[in-house]
Design a protein around this ligand. Sequence first.
Ligand code: HPA
Length: 234
Amino acid sequence: MSIHIGAKPGDIAETVLLPGDPMRAKWVAETFLDDVRCINEVRGMLGYTGTWNGHPVTVQGTGMGMPSLSIYVNELIRDYGAKTLIRIGSCGAMQEHVKVRDIVLGLSATTMSTPSRGIMRDLNFAPTAHFRLTHLAWHKATDRGVTVHTGPIYSSDVFYDERPDLNELMTRHGILAVEMEAAELYLLAARHGCRALAILTVSDHLLTGEALPSEDRERSFSDMVEIALASAFI
Ligand code: HPA
């Protein structure tokens, strides 16, 4: 057991998918994995381990925002030996050409701060996805006929934002989409020599106000999970 994860040693696979929502973790495990068992229920932040095409995989909820993700990812890496960590989540598009339902691969994650800011201090570190994972995910998405965009994203600390000026600045600087976790995931992966990638479905559009209808969310989420699994095991 670690402080926030109740799994026993050996209960967690080297490859971990990280949805924010713990109920998504349950759905992903039950829908895509075989031989599934629940390995964490602490604080209701569900985690499951099973196999995909014979490969061990864990799906662990992270909660929303970088402080929450940071706790789970630190423990997954330091206490359980996770090596490949793929966030599967949603994002808000910040460019006209990025449409609702498209997939975004976060190449870099710009941020105002992460829980690691106190560690990095004056160093303006550039949190970056793992190249090979990103490359494979792009191919897998393209093979599936999914529209995929690979580029910079913004990891925000706030969902209810009050800085339209900042959004405009980021749109002008080519940021594709906003979400709330990837920068800290990339930073922790860099610190511990792991592979990380955020695969995101566009659930809403900051420029047009469009939002993904709830009945479409499951289909879009399935694409993301299949792309994540296929990329992890090539
Ligand atoms: N802001 C932050 N995170 C998000 C958004 C958003 O608009 N949409 C999906 N995740």
